[in-house]
Write a protein that binds this ligand. Structure first.
Ligand code: NAD
Length: 517
């Protein structure tokens, strides 16, 4: 429901929006925003429900993930109907991005997360090992707010929510006002799975609703969206001293080496830039190609892009922009590049043959590094190609950005590719793949610099919804501590001798006080 216009407030004073399809521009629904009082009630319900949810244990909670998975598999077509209705994207994309990834994440976390959340023994070192043992317990934080964007409306609501839930937190999701009912599916799924009341709730609404949720007494915020909003949320969380994870925008580079399989690389560049109409956080935003293969690579890309089909229905490859404001941003960036000397080899304008927010799949050449299309996130079906004379030049240009989300390297020498990947200052990198890290639930995912703070997914992500509480147990029932006072000269001498013995020449030789290994 991507064309969002303000409508008359409800009789109770709730803000209201009229929503129109980005594909056909037809009116498809309305959105009523939760009030501050609604948010307060939700947070209170979530807080009340949390202890019992925690008491179920991770294996008990995993059962709800399995039930949700069964419902998702059974109702996948209905879920796709909602997502396609709001976004206009091709049905296979709704299945791949939102349903497949959600099913995989539910199954994977139900199976593996209980192990990551079990308390564990941590071996103590040196002389401490004779006196203390340590267990680390992973305690839930309490009530978590998940605020999500419109580009992957179900997966970006559901995936962080299930990580927070399995860790024993209760969750309130605030989906984007651009795709509110696709985001709400994450909660519908668990409601149908019979999850106890208050464990997962949805706060429908706009940015103001999101701000009310962030200020509503949460224990953690997981935010996915733009850099500007992320910064505001970080400031608000800092003022409350609550943690937040920020998954923000990107300006991902692809590096194509001279020895790359050019058919694979061209295919990767097209999918990387056109998938989800380019509205993919880890989408390919810039391509740096070695100059000895740039001509052949560009011809292959152009040929593939020319064959992409756009339509409001049926079978097609590239959908509309999901949001009218995003269409304006893409149009402005491409127009500015072209007026600055770039050439649109394909596309370069709105697709006027269709009624909705369609922008033609576009390939640009002749761009310069200072152009907005290269420096800012475009988030549209636009692929700028730049020739470079060396890998060093490509790496330098790729890193010269405020963002640091993901990127890819294409080469037949995989070891060399890994070496180049490790020089990129990004949260993740792929070799011969179009940056699918978010879809790999065991891989920690998160951006660096303006692309975010913290990580989701993998053991690190799940544990990010907990507090790791070490419990220290004295092996002698506390007898040593009890005999510590009174201090005298002997205490000082013994302590000092002990330090010399351990880190001087004595026990270090036995590895009990060594600073190595
Ligand atoms: P946005 O920041 O405009 O909105 C995101 C969400 O925040 C929406 O639900 C919105 O209602 C809410 N919001 C707005 N103002 C708020 C406030 N003051 N307090 C609390 N909530 C507020 O972003 P968007 O346009 O919906 O999303 C697109 C951006 O998301 C792109 O930059 C994209 O790269 C990024 N993104 C990042 C990732 C990632 O994992 N790194 C994934 C998907 C999208």
């Amino acid at each position: 429901m991507a064309i969002v216009t303000t409508a008359e407030p409800t009789a109770e004073g709730r803000r209201r929006y009229a929503l129109r399809s980005p594909a056909t521009t037809e009116h498809i629904g309305e959105l009523e925003c939760a009030t501050d009082d609604d948010i307060r009630d939700m947070v209170a319900r979530a807080r009340e429900a949390q202890p019992q949810w925690e008491a179920l244990g991770a294996h008990g909670r995993a059962e709800y993930l399995r039930r949700a998975l069964a419902i998702l598999v059974r109702r996948q077509e209905q879920f796709v109907d909602v997502i396609v209705g709001e976004s206009g994207k091709p049905r296979p994309e709704a299945l791949m991005i939102d349903v497949f990834a959600a099913a995989d994440s539910l199954a994977f976390l139900a199976k593996h997360a209980p192990r990551w959340l079990a308390s564990e023994k941590v071996p103590t070192h040196g002389v401490l090992r004779f006196t203390k043992r340590v267990q680390v317990h992973y305690q839930p934080l309490g009530v978590v707010g998940v605020i999500s964007p419109w580009n992957g409306p179900l997966i970006l609501s559901l995936n962080p929510a299930i990580q927070a839930l399995i860790a024993g937190n209760t969750v309130i999701i605030k989906p984007s006002e651009v795709t509110p009912y696709s985001g709400k599916l994450a909660v519908d799924l668990f409601t149908e799975a019979g999850i106890p009341q208050g464990v997962i709730q949805v706060a429908m609404g706009d940015g103001q609703t999101g701000a009310a949720l962030v200020g509503g007494g949460l224990d953690k915020v997981h935010f996915t969206g733009s850099v500007a909003t992320g910064r505001r949320i970080a400031q608000e969380c800092a003022s409350q001293l609550i943690p937040c994870t920020l998954e923000l925008g990107g300006n991902d580079a692809m590096i194509v080496c001279s020895d790359a399989d050019l058919d694979a690389a061209a295919g990767g560049a097209v999918v990387g830039s056109m998938f989800n109409t380019g509205q993919y956080c880890c989408g390919t935003e810039r391509v740096y190609v070695m100059d000895d293969v740039v001509e052949e690579f560009t011809a292959k890309v152009v040929d593939r892009v020319r064959r992409l089909r756009q339509s409001t229905s049926g079978v097609f490859d590239v959908g509309p922009m999901f949001w009218d404001r995003q269409l304006e941003k893409v149009t402005q960036q491409v127009d500015s590049a072209v007026s600055g000397g770039a050439t649109a080899l394909v596309g370069g304008k709105r697709n006027a043959s269709l009624p909705g927010l369609y922008y033609e799949p576009t390939v640009l050449s002749g761009v310069t590094h200072d152009m907005e299309v290269m420096r800012d996130e475009t988030f549209g079906p636009v692929l700028p190609i730049v020739a470079v004379s060396s890998v060093d030049e490509a790496v330098k240009l790729a890193n010269d950005t405020n963002y640091g989300l993901a990127g890819s390297v294409w080469t037949t020498d995989v070891d060399a590719g890994i070496g180049i990947a490790s020089r990129l200052h990004t949260g993740s990198v792929s070799v011969n793949d179009m940056a699918l890290t978010y879809g790999i639930p065991e891989a920690p995912f998160g951006g660096r610099r303006d692309s975010g703070v913290g990580q989701a997914n993998g053991k690190v992500g799940v544990r990010g919804f907990t507090h790791a509480q070490p419990i220290v147990i004295d092996r002698f029932g506390g007898k040593q501590t009890a005999s510590q006072y009174p201090y005298d000269k002997r205490t000082e001498r013994i302590t000092s001798a002990l330090i010399r013995l351990i880190w001087g020449k004595g026990l270090a030789r036995l590895g009990l006080g060594s600073s190595k290994g």
